[in-house]
Design a protein around this ligand. Structure first.
Ligand SMILES: CCCCCCCCCCC/C=C/C(=O)SCCNC(=O)CCNC(=O)[C@H](O)C(C)(C)COP(=O)(O)OP(=O)(O)OC[C@H]1O[C@@H](n2cnc3c(N)ncnc32)[C@H](O)[C@@H]1OP(=O)(O)O
Length: 244
């Protein structure tokens, strides 16, 4: 099991992304490890998505390093040879949702206050093509398009209805259910499951691998724009105001 632990809200900072990638690599290289459940040890939050402070007021070099780390974590989770189950035990916007979408199966706590989705448009930013492709592969083109254009965050019941999560279970049963799903998936021979997974996911993975540097350049150019920086600053202010 891998538990995201970066209070208060599990923002995906460069440091957390780097630790996450190293832990995944260790598991991937351990032949005895055939599956991983990804969850959070922060109450009510799976992950608040990419750490916005990493994308605000920093240098081009920093944006480059940060985006490479974001790409890396997606590539590792999406193309993992292990069975990956997301036990979504709290809200999961944007980058948090991407982590869950990249797993093989998603189980969410059935709490209507928890929400999940790719809400980038609400921040005035655009989910890159590989976020979009991952989303389309889970919910289909129409639902993904509407949800992305509106930057929707879906409540747990709504997310289940749309197919964004596979199952809802009472919060106290979440880990038990995740373990049961893992056992079901691990009952199959690894090679057949792994080859099938690769067949389904390879075109999307290959697309980023082929355009990785271009994608970094696009990100750095986009995020460095003063209008985008202003949108991000306003969003952070809104988060702080909402609190007080
Ligand atoms: C032409 C095409 C080119 C394309 C190029 C690419 C373009 C860029 C693509 C970038 C993709 C971005 C992906 C992302 O993930 S962006 C992040 C999106 N995340 C969010 O919108 C979530 C925001 N947070 C919340 O909604 C709430 O915090 C949450 C529901 C998660 C929890 O609520 P709660 O009430 O429990 O906690 P607070 O809101 O009080 O938060 C506590 C403190 O944490 C700070 N915070 C929250 N989220 C973030 C974050 N994502 N990054 C950094 N900091 C965050 C919040 O401000 C509070 O701080 P303070 O205690 O200091 O006030």
């Amino acid at each position: 099991m891998m538990k995201l632990k970066s209070p208060p809200v599990n923002s995906l900072s460069l440091e957390l992304l780097t630790e996450f990638a190293i832990s995944l690599e260790k598991l991937e290289n351990n032949r005895a490890c055939r599956g991983v459940i990804i969850t959070s040890s922060v109450p009510k939050i799976f992950s608040s998505g990419l750490d916005i402070t990493e994308m605000c007021g920093k240098s081009m070099e920093h944006y480059t390093e940060f985006w490479r780390a974001v790409q890396e974590i997606w590539l590792r989770v999406y193309s993992s040879s292990m069975v990956t189950v997301a036990a979504v035990n709290g809200s999961s916007p944007a980058g948090g949702c991407l982590i869950a979408l990249s797993c093989d199966y998603r189980i969410m706590a059935e709490n209507p206050k928890f929400s999940i989705g790719l809400n980038e448009a609400q921040l005035g930013i655009v989910a890159p093509f590989w976020f979009k492709d991952t989303f389309v592969n889970v919910v289909g083109h129409r639902i993904a398009e509407r949800s992305l254009q509106l930057g929707s965050l879906h409540s747990a019941p709504e997310a289940h209805k749309l197919g964004l999560v596979d199952e809802l279970v009472p919060e106290e049963k979440l880990m038990e259910k995740a373990a049961a799903v893992m056992a079901q998936w691990l009952a199959l021979p690894d090679h057949a499951r792994q080859l099938t997974k690769t067949m389904m996911r390879k075109p999307v993975v290959d697309r980023l691998v082929a355009h990785r540097e271009e994608d970094i350049k696009n990100f750095v150019t986009f995020i460095s724009k003063e209008s985008i920086q202003k949108s991000l600053r306003m969003y952070m202010e809104m988060l702080k105001k909402r609190k007080s």
